[in-house]
Design a protein around this ligand. Structure first.
Ligand SMILES: *Cc1c(COP(=O)(O)O)cnc(C)c1O
Ligand code: SF4
Length: 369
């Protein structure tokens, strides 16, 4: 009765740790100081001439870039530019920040407030559209200006939760026990100083019913210097569980320093998810989408949503049709494990959740023999 093999859980759990553990955090990501990212913010490229010179782009595209930059300012951190191919006007990272004449197009259906944000804002920067979750527009600033941005027309000055607005937003959160999760968004919450994040995090941690704190940020992908020691310490200190939704659209964005920054955030206790936007000319191929999921997984990030473009005026050239999106996702699903296939989603004004589009599997090809 005692002779059979037993599963010795005690010894399995007390086995000595292997003598060499691969460090999860590469030292470089931990060596950034606040001064580095504030400098990187100031060094961002904001004029067409500098961008074209840095990347040796064909000058015939300059006048159009200047015209469209008048609609929405050009802004791109240098470390993001460093990941673009020189001389390639079609580079998938460049496409996301390069102003184009197509932005002047004004087809019907593309409007200023495509997701109903202004309609649902009470004026204090808190958007409470979905049950249990409320979104705080913490700032209007971003490290980068993405041309497809759904907030390129958003009236930040009236609606962000900065200064005096913050108190009203925090009071509303404290008064509503149904709010279990607060999303810090913007703009980009990582444009805030560490001191401002500190006070916001402490105030939210003091509200007992806020169980989860979620950051929606594109900054680690475009300016990994922002993930400095103080921010990592901030992540580690939170009472609430922290979810960071990073916005990575293309595998080329995941350079070694970005990957190291993401891993350091995970090691500080944050759950990392990715939300991408399906963009024509950037990631609208099964190869690009599959590569993105695989590269995210390598960096410790799980794919969450792939959003269809919000129909915002000036962004119609980025649109991928719903039927093409579904076909692309079928191809991705046929290649990758289910957990690396993001949910294809669309946001509608007035809905009670984001709509997830069904992606029916294709019939398997008959195998010969
Ligand atoms: C997208 C969004 C959320 C979060 O939705 P999830 O489906 O939970 O990711 C919450 N509030 C607002 C206003 C949003 O736009
Ligand atoms: S980082 Fe996000 S909010 Fe900022 S410009 Fe890009 S898409 Fe818009």
């Amino acid at each position: 009765m005692h002779g059979g093999p037993v599963l010795d859980l005690w010894h399995m759990s007390t086995r000595p740790a292997p003598s060499r553990i691969t460090p999860l955090i590469e030292p470089r990501s931990l060596s950034y100081r606040s001064a580095d990212w504030q400098q990187a913010m100031r060094d961002a490229i904001t004029d067409v001439d500098t961008l074209f010179a840095e990347l040796e782009l064909p000058p015939e595209h300059k006048p159009a870039a200047r015209r469209a930059a008048a609609l929405f300012d050009l802004r791109v951190p240098r470390s993001y530019v460093a990941r673009m191919r020189r001389g390639d006007i079609a580079d998938p990272l460049l496409r996301q920040i390069l102003p184009l004449d197509a932005e002047h197009a004004d087809p019907p259906g593309f409007v200023d407030d495509a997701v109903g944000d202004q309609a649902s804002a009470a004026g204090d920067g808190l958007l409470h559209k979905y049950y249990g979750r409320a979104l705080l527009v913490t700032t209007g600033a971003c490290a980068v200006h993405c041309r497809y941005c759904f907030r390129r027309h958003f009236d930040y000055s009236a609606q962000h939760a900065g200064g005096s607005h913050a108190e009203a937003a925090l009071r509303r959160i404290a008064a509503d026990p149904s709010i279990r999760e607060v999303l810090l968004s913007g703009g980009d919450p990582l444009s805030l100083s560490n001191a401002r994040l500190e006070s916001l995090g402490d105030r939210l941690d003091a509200i007992e019913h806020v169980e989860r704190l979620r950051l929606h940020t594109r900054t680690p992908a475009v300016m990994p210097e922002r993930v400095d020691e103080a921010f990592l310490a901030w992540l580690a200190r939170r009472r609430a569980r922290v979810v960071v939704v990073v916005h990575v659209n293309h595998a080329n964005e995941l350079s070694d320093d970005v990957t190291a920054a993401l891993r350091a955030m995970a090691a500080s206790g944050a759950t990392l998810l990715n939300q991408a936007v399906l963009l024509a000319g950037v990631n609208d191929s099964a190869d690009a989408l599959a590569d993105l999921s695989l590269a995210l997984f390598d960096a410790g990030v799980m794919p969450y949503y792939l959003h269809l473009l919000d129909r915002v005026r000036g962004t119609s050239h980025f649109e991928v049709s719903e039927s093409r999106a579904t076909t692309l996702m079928q191809e991705v699903a046929a290649r990758l494990p289910g957990y690396l296939v993001p949910k294809l989603a669309r946001e509608g004004a007035g809905d009670d959740a984001k709509s997830v589009l069904g992606v029916p599997a294709r019939a398997r090809h008959a195998v010969r023999g």
